[in-house]
Design a protein around this ligand. Structure first.
Ligand SMILES: [Zn+2]
Length: 261
């Protein structure tokens, strides 16, 4: 049966690029179609009625018409514009990091409902999160789970023995933890204290309300950040654009406060 010419979907706008004089190509993450793209015609013109419903980070109902190469956005109705995220520079940076990760780790047209839900929940939680770094780590670990790169935190990824409470290490190349005996065979590893391993396991194995109860001091949070960003950089073979902004904000905060995040 021929597919209908137009279709509707709920979507979160995760990327936009300029096209020609007044158009944009938008990337949407959707619950049942995965990542899709569409051209929004004339949205860069002042009088565009669609433009406000097609901003980055907006949760919308969109209508598209199938095209030979790219589909065309023919309608959009905002469900949630996430204004709180857009009105705060720091929150915007965290949110842009989240959507960039989703864009980088997903192929086009591959349905992944749990990942859609994780993305939507995380954008909702971000403005209320008492510990934004913890929320990011939660998002990173659960995203990796959904896209097939769940870090192995129970057994040594080299010799497969169960990990002991000792000085283990995290090895991006093997996708998880290596035991002290195998550490020397994986020189590009990050030292992993018993505390960090416990925190990573707890975040990986629980939902956000429970993970959010963790109290993590600044030092531990920074070490987890180093490990996660090292692993993500290894998997993507590049640095994300939003990372530079986030690191700048982190440094500013470090300068402003010496206490616990
Ligand atoms: Zn081992």
């Amino acid at each position: 049966m021929k597919k209908p010419r137009t279709y509707q979907t709920e979507a979160i706008i995760i990327k936009k690029i300029k096209l020609g004089e007044a158009d944009r190509i938008l990337t949407f993450y959707t619950p049942y179609l995965g990542k899709i793209r569409g051209v929004a015609k004339s949205v860069r013109r002042l009088k565009s009625k669609l433009a406000g419903h097609l901003e980055l980070l907006t949760h919308s109902h969109v209508s598209l018409a199938r095209g030979r190469n790219l589909d065309t956005v023919i309608g959009s109705q905002t469900i949630n514009s996430f204004l709180q995220l857009k009105n705060d520079f720091e929150l915007t940076s965290y949110a842009l990091y989240i959507i960039e990760l989703v864009n980088q780790f997903t192929p086009d047209g591959n349905e992944n409902y749990p990942l859609y839900q994780l993305l939507l929940d995380s954008l909702h939680q971000l403005s209320q999160a008492s510990n934004r770094e913890l929320l990011l780590h939660y998002f990173e670990l659960h995203l990796l789970d959904q896209v097939g790169y769940r870090p192995q935190l129970q057994q040594c990824t080299y010799c497969h023995t169960n990990l002991k409470p000792a000085s283990n290490a995290f090895s991006p190349i093997t996708g998880g933890v290596v035991c002290p005996d195998c550490y020397s065979r994986q020189p590009l590893s990050y030292p992993l204290s018993v505390d960090i391993l416990k925190v990573l396991r707890f975040i990986q194995n629980n939902d956000y309300p429970l993970a959010n109860r963790l109290k993590i001091n600044h030092d531990l949070s920074r070490k987890i950040h180093n490990i996660m960003s090292g692993y993500l950089r290894y998997l993507l073979e590049k640095e994300l654009k939003s990372v530079a902004w986030l690191d700048k904000i982190r440094k500013q905060k470090e300068g402003a406060t010496t206490g616990i995040i």
